[in-house]
Design a protein around this ligand. Structure first.
Ligand SMILES: C[S@@+](CC[C@H](N)C(=O)[O-])C[C@H]1O[C@@H](n2cnc3c(N)ncnc32)[C@H](O)[C@@H]1O
Length: 219
């Protein structure tokens, strides 16, 4: 079990973003808008309260999601039902994906893998590969080692941290950032990396730097 219970507290105490990241919308649009959408099967691992699931279902895709937080999945289900939308939503740890081999056309990670350690990542990437169809795509948006980590934090090991005092990771428990070398080694061990790009910007009048890798891979 790699899921951190801290997320249950996060979703019980906070409202979470309800709308999808524009970069993810671009990925879906480029690769799937021209297809017969009802037969395109898409999965988000670590979907939280379902902003990206809502978007995929609303756009007519066959959407599935999994998250360790029962509160997040309940919230996602309630939102979809209230809008007459459908998705296959499960509570569980993404180290074990409850779908058969070769089920999905694409799997997405929107800042979920960052909350798993290297050992878990190896397992999750293998599971992701297993549930993808041949030539299926894997989209991952994950924080780079240049992201603002907080004024203070516990440094557990190479690129792995906990208990950040402020900023993006405060109250979010464990996090593991990535550099180009670690992405190429980890993702490249399971997939063909099609593109590796970076989103870099600041918030709070320049006080906090956001730096994320966007990795698109193929099975
Ligand atoms: C930063 S939130 C992102 C939520 C969602 N992807 C979004 O973009 O709104 C990280 C999510 O990943 C989930 N998560 C992290 N590791 C997980 C694991 N090993 N198994 C299941 N869920 C996990 C957390 O419960 C949380 O909902």
């Amino acid at each position: 079990m790699s899921w951190d219970r801290v997320w249950e507290k996060v979703f019980q105490e906070h409202e979470w973003g309800k709308y999808p990241e524009i970069d993810f919308v671009r990925f879906i649009a480029r690769n799937f808008y021209q297809k017969d959408r009802t037969s395109v099967k898409l999965l988000e691992i670590g979907c939280g309260p379902g902003a990206h699931i809502w978007y995929m279902a609303r756009e007519g895709f066959d959407a599935s999601g999994i998250d360790g937080s029962a509160t997040a999945i309940k919230r996602a289900k309630t939102r979809l039902e209230s809008e007459g939308l459908k998705a296959d939503l499960r509570v569980g740890d993404i180290e074990h994906l409850p779908w058969e081999d070769g089920t999905f056309d694409a799997v997405a990670d929107n800042e979920c893998l960052v909350h798993n350690n290297k050992g878990s990542l190896e397992v999750i990437l293998k599971e992701t590969r297993r549930v993808l169809k041949a030539q299926g795509l894997f989209y991952s948006r994950t924080f780079s080692d240049e992201v603002y980590k907080g004024k203070t934090y516990q440094n557990l090991s190479d690129m792995e941290y906990n208990t950040s005092s402020d900023g993006l990771f405060a109250g979010r428990g464990f996090f593991r950032v990535s550099n180009e070398e670690s992405i190429r080694a980890l993702y490249g061990s399971q997939f063909n990396i099609l593109s590796l790009d970076k989103l870099d910007y600041t918030i709070n009048n320049g006080a906090i730097r956001i730096s994320e890798w966007v990795v698109v891979c193929q099975k």
